[in-house]
Design a protein around this ligand. Structure first.
Ligand code: SF4
Length: 315
């Protein structure tokens, strides 16, 4: 399989580009995800010529505007250069399906980066790193995560699902935009969407039903915005349980009662958090393949990303 292009902060791949000449290698990124992702690394601070080592910088709230300044010499302001760099990168980043940033960085942080006032005192409201924030303006639907947060198994799985779905959308819908491709895409995500948000799934279904009536470009834009919003909700245990039971319903005429009862037992054990999600999912998948249940064979819920990533082993 062709690797998926994903942006990443260079220091997470072990490149010694931090202000003090160190790196923040993430083994999960550099050793595991790199098998599937074609990482496109960039260190924004090095790219704008700050050099290694360099003096540390931080976010400063200046008259309600977030600036990036040298910690010891506030006359050195790098905000415009970092904005410009992000703007210049936009055409090169069009085929990315996700981005992993280093947390807490005034350039790369996505969530809760510390902000200081002009007197050097910390403020209560955190902000987004300037480079990451500018990229988000250009690509609001691009899955973005921080390396620190993907240590949390639920956030990790959610991010990986969104990256693979983003790639799927680009390959199977955007590359050949036709109502039938939108319908096929939506159909294959039915159960995955339901696991993330039933309400979003219903609204998406309505959009697909109107696909022949509304201009296709507009429908695709609305669909993918809502689709992204839906998958951004981390799937809850009860939603997984509902989806698993619903899928099991498609097998009821093929499965002997005793097998059905043992799968239900597995689902209950997962609900009680005694076993991991992968157990009932693998069991269901086995019977779906054995009996060639066509409607379920293509469901992304059963294989939203390569099995080898093993993420559901811990969910
Ligand atoms: S966090 Fe971003 S700016 Fe800082 S060293 Fe890593 S890649 Fe460079």
């Amino acid at each position: 399989m062709e690797k998926i292009k994903v942006g990443i902060s260079s220091c997470l791949l072990g490149q010694s580009v931090r202000f003090n000449g160190s790196h923040k290698n993430s083994p999960f990124c550099s050793e595991v995800l790199s098998e599937w992702f074609d990482f496109q690394p960039i260190c924004p601070e090095v790219e704008i010529g700050m050099g290694v080592p360099r003096e540390p910088i931080r976010l400063v709230n200046e008259n309600d505007q977030i600036r990036v300044k040298n910690v010891t010499d506030q006359s050195q302001d790098f905000t415009e250069q970092l904005h410009q760099l992000a703007d210049d990168y936009v055409p090169k980043l069009g085929d990315l399906c996700g981005y992993i940033f280093m947390q807490k960085s005034p350039s790369c942080g996505v969530f809760r980066v510390k902000v200081y006032n002009e007197n050097g005192m910390p403020e209560t409201e955190p902000a987004m790193g300037v480079f990451a924030g500018q990229l988000k303006k250009h690509y609001p639907l691009l899955p973005m995560e921080e390396a620190g947060r993907i240590n949390d198994i639920r956030l990790r799985e959610n991010f990986i699902i969104r990256v693979f779905a983003n790639h799927d959308w680009k390959t199977n819908v955007l590359a050949d935009p036709q109502p039938k491709n939108l319908v096929a895409f939506h159909t294959s995500y039915k159960f995955l969407l339901q696991a993330h948000s039933e309400a979003h799934y219903r609204r998406l279904g309505q959009l697909v039903a109107d696909a022949g009536v509304q201009p296709l470009n507009e429908t695709l834009k609305k669909y993918f915005t809502l689709f992204t919003e839906c998958l951004s909700h981390v799937a809850k245990i009860n939603n997984h349980v509902n989806v698993l039971l619903h899928m099991l319903g498609f097998l009821k005429s093929q499965l002997p009662g005793s097998v059905k009862a043992s799968i239900i037992k597995l689902i209950e054990r997962y609900k009680e958090q005694k076993i991991h999600l992968i157990v009932p999912v693998t069991m269901l998948k086995h019977y779906v393949e054995l009996y060639q249940i066509e409607y379920l064979l293509n469901q992304k819920y059963l294989s939203p990303y390569p099995y080898e990533l093993g993420l559901r082993n811990n969910l």
